[in-house]
Write a protein that binds this ligand. Structure first.
Ligand code: AMP
Ligand code: DBH
Length: 551
């Protein structure tokens, strides 16, 4: 298994360095910088744990010593699947300090995704929680060890006879006093992409590029040493990690507060107790907060900035943020592959409410292209392509996906249909690729279809996204059964659950249908098929007659 790399052409790299975007600092060195600069200030609060910057570095150094003592070599990949607990940050920073490469797995992921990510990244170890939201991770970790020959060891944040306890890592070793040397252009970690085809893809991000993106974000979001940033979304997501995220917050000496759940009954008391100033939410959660805020007894007056992104926030909802929550809305349109856009805090209300903002960096290049690859004229939406100092030039070990997702000149094809206004702000208008953006979690239609087709009764399946007032989008699967076969929607969903996949991939709705139309050559063009099914069943004028299939 080749080690992940991320390489920009020489002349681009030189420009990014010359302009000071790439500081030439690794995550290990960055941790030393912030610990020395902000030492006694509170860095992190999670449950009953509170750590100063000095203590956070010490905790990370203990973990890193443990990894080094166990023989993990610089550059080795380690899957991290932890919820927003007190261990997340010390463990991840400890991996960086030891020169290891975290691979961020969502707590919602299950065996199938874990194995896919372990094999794809060539991971040596897996770190899991004991349990979270009713799911017990130890059996899954054991199965992953059995299925992935390169996976040597699983660490658990708790106790399990045959797995190594995470705390045992920190025993019997002296903290590592210096970070294990890495080059700033090396891959620091692997993020995962929902993507538009097949399984999630691995996104290699470098020290240089990522540190730039969150340091610049902290400035744009006005996070300072006086701020308190709440991690409400799962910490492994790119958004709460870097836009501005807990890393942006730590880069300026702010306090980072982890919430185990983004639900108002957990988050609101924390906002009051910790005087939270900044938080990032996906649109459905922002709606939920706005519903709950008028009735709450908790004091939310410390809130200054609410970042909303991950999916389109409607102007109607955006307009209510300030009146209802009393803070400034900052829309953020980003992607784990790189490019992040923000509305600016001092933008006119029209921009804040109606647009998804503009890029972080003057050297973020944007191309809007028509389906045929030609640039669209000003004022005409196009498919957003981008390159810049923190946008990847390729996925890890994925030649086909790279062929599809990167065009000449190295631009990444986001698949988002975007209008650029004369003032430079972007409005996301739709999407060219077939994925479902379910409350900010992206799942490719193809991946869900593949799971459905694995059922013996299923002849074919096509999955589409359907607008949903709460989720933004929900998934609807059109399923063609083999002749003489019968299966209920509930049984099909149960079958998918039993395939050990994240729950957000299970179709929200299943509609059984007769055979799909095929093209003249008898081949189904999936893209047109999905579009046609969507048009027939969910076009506004026909929506009422859609047969609802009980699940
Ligand atoms: P991923 O590549 O999996 O990190 O997902 C990034 C994608 O999420 C983008 O390409 C958009 O499709 C979507 N997205 C993120 N933020 C926004 C936003 N504010 N408005 C609309 N779509 C968004
Ligand atoms: O959806 C995303 O992936 C996303 C949204 C907002 C993101 O990666 C980000 C900000 O950095």
């Amino acid at each position: 298994m080749s080690a992940p790399t991320q390489i920009w052409p020489q002349d681009f790299a030189q420009t990014y360095r010359d302009k000071g975007y790439w500081r030439g600092v690794t995550f290990g060195e960055w941790l030393d910088e912030i610990a020395e600069k902000y030492g006694p200030a509170t860095a992190m609060v999670a449950g009953d744990t509170q750590l100063s910057y000095t203590q956070l570095r010490s905790a990370a150094q203990l973990y890193s010593a443990g990894f080094v003592a166990r023989g993990y070599q610089p550059g080795a990949r380690v899957l991290v699947q932890l919820p927003n607990t007190a261990q997340f940050l010390p463990v991840v920073l400890g991996l960086f300090y030891a020169g290891l490469v975290p691979v961020y797995v969502l707590p919602a992921h299950r065996l199938r995704e874990v194995v896919h990510l372990a094999v794809g990244s060539g991971a040596r170890a897996l770190i899991v929680a004991q349990s979270h939201e009713g799911f017990d991770y130890a059996p899954m970790a054991r199965d992953a060890l059995a299925q992935c020959p390169d996976l040597q060891e699983a660490f658990i944040d708790g106790a399990a006879d045959d797995l190594t306890s995470l705390t045992a890592l920190t025993h019997d070793t002296a903290p590592l006093e210096q970070p294990v040397a890495r080059a700033p252009g090396d891959v620091a970690f692997l993020q995962i992409s929902g993507g538009t085809t097949g399984f999630p893809k691995l996104i290699p991000r470098t020290h240089d590029d990522y540190i730039y993106s969150f340091e610049a974000s902290a400035q744009i979001c006005a996070v300072t040493a006086q701020s308190s940033y709440m991690v409400a979304l799962p910490a492994a997501h790119n958004f709460p990690m870097s836009s501005p995220g807990f890393l942006g917050a730590l880069s300026v000496g702010a306090k980072v507060v982890f919430a185990l759940s983004p639900a108002p009954d957990t988050a609101f008391p924390l906002i009051a107790a910790q005087r939270i100033t900044h938080v990032g939410l996906v649109p459905p959660l922002a709606l939920l907060w706005m519903q709950a805020a008028p009735k709450t007894t908790h004091d939310l007056s410390s809130l200054q900035v609410l970042n909303v992104g991950g999916a389109k926030f409607t102007p109607e909802a955006a307009a209510r943020v300030k009146p209802v929550l009393g803070c400034t809305l900052q829309q953020v349109f980003g992607m784990a592959e790189g490019l992040v856009n923000y509305t600016r805090l001092d933008d006119p209300q029209d921009v804040i409410i109606h647009t998804q903002g503009r890029p972080i960096c003057p050297d973020d290049e944007i191309l809007l292209l028509a389906e045929d690859g030609t640039p669209t004229p000003p004022g005409v939406p196009g498919i957003l392509h981008t390159r810049g100092p923190y946008t990847i030039r390729g996925y890890h070990n994925a030649p086909e996906a790279n062929h599809r997702s990167f065009i000449d000149g190295g631009y990444y094809c986001t698949g988002d249909i975007v209008l650029r206004r004369p003032d430079g702000n972007l409005e996301v208008q739709g999407r060219a690729g077939d994925h479902i953006n379910r409350a900010g979690e992206k799942v490719s239609a193809e991946e869900i279809e593949d799971h459905l087709i694995a059922h013996e009764a299923v002849f074919d399946a096509a999955v589409v996204s359907v607008p949903d007032t709460f989720l933004g989008e929900r998934s609807c699967a059109f399923v063609v059964l083999h002749d003489d076969q019968k299966v209920s929607p509930a049984a099909l969903k149960a079958f998918m659950r039993a395939r050990d996949i994240a729950a957000f991939k299970i179709p929200d709705q299943i509609i059984f249908t007769a055979k799909f139309q095929t093209t003249a050559v008898g081949k189904v063009d999936r893209k047109s098929l999905r579009a046609a099914l969507k048009e027939t069943h969910f076009a506004p004028q026909t929506a009422k007659s859609t047969p609802e299939t009980p699940a």
